[in-house]
Write a protein that binds this ligand. Structure first.
Ligand code: MG
Ligand code: MG
Length: 251
């Protein structure tokens, strides 16, 4: 199946959906503090998204029960909001997906609660810096595998490892479309597979672990935790390829 090339009015529709995602993340970031529960954050996000005439796209997606993903400390991705109250020193990944008029947006950040350790700061910087590095090197004609290769190198040069078996993805009329964009090279040459082209819209999402790329699911069947059990981080933007370069839509 070919990866869709979006026309400019379609990219504008995606930009609108992603703008709501970005605003939601901003509100959530301002709401994160010691004592706030994950369920409260979920409600804040859902209310804001619906007030904009959009829908929280994760709700019901593959059976996911909530509006956003809240991944605390060792949870890398897909954490379910519970009545857990944030504590000073925690780090929390916030992942938001929105559907507006049949178009989808998706973005994630990881932030600290109160004062966090130097180690956690480095972990978060790695995810954020990897994301912005990846966005900066994308150009029309580059292969997705080449991008994955550079992402992996960047993460490993910082002394961390990319989570295996989860990835970035195309986005548009569905929350997850082709292609899969891994944060590492899974065999084969970086110089193979589909090329990045003008009009493509996709999500890049570095997922950073300390030692072990392999993961397990917690008992809730959603929360993904590295086998090393250490804290982890995640950042994500939706980008569109315009005039040969990646432009961030989720801002
Ligand atoms: Mg996401
Ligand atoms: Mg995503």
């Amino acid at each position: 199946m070919a990866i869709p090339l979006r026309k400019s009015h379609e990219i504008e529709a995606l930009r609108e959906a992603n703008h709501i995602v970005a605003e939601t993340l901003k509100i959530l970031a301002n709401s994160v503090q010691e004592g706030v529960s994950l369920l409260e954050l979920d409600l804040i996000a859902e209310n804001y998204i619906r007030s904009k005439g959009a829908k929280p796209s994760f709700k019901g997606l593959y059976g996911f029960p909530s509006s956003i993903c809240t991944s605390v400390n060792e949870v890398v991705i897909h954490g379910i909001p519970t009545n857990y109250k944030l504590q000073n020193g925690d780090i929390i990944g916030l992942d938001v997906g929105v559907e507006l008029n049949g178009w989808y947006g998706d973005s994630a950040i990881t932030i600290g609660v109160g004062t966090i350790s130097k180690e956690n700061e480095e972990l978060i910087s790695c995810a954020k810096d990897t994301l912005y590095y990846a966005i900066s090197i994308i150009k029309d004609g580059m292969r997705f595998k080449e991008l994955s290769h550079h992402i992996e190198q960047f993460i490993r040069n910082r002394g961390f490892v990319p989570l295996a078996n989860y990835c970035g993805h195309g986005i548009g009329r569905k929350p997850h479309e082709e292609p899969e964009i891994l944060n590492y090279i899974d065999g084969g040459s970086p110089n193979s597979g589909p090329k990045i082209k003008n009009g493509m819209v996709f999500c890049i999402e570095p997922m950073i672990c300390k030692f072990d790329v392999q993961s397990t699911l917690l008992n809730d069947k959603w929360s993904v935790v590295s086998k090393d059990g250490k804290n982890s981080s995640h950042y994500e933007h939706t980008v569109a390829i315009i005039n040969g370069k990646a432009e961030i839509l989720s801002k």
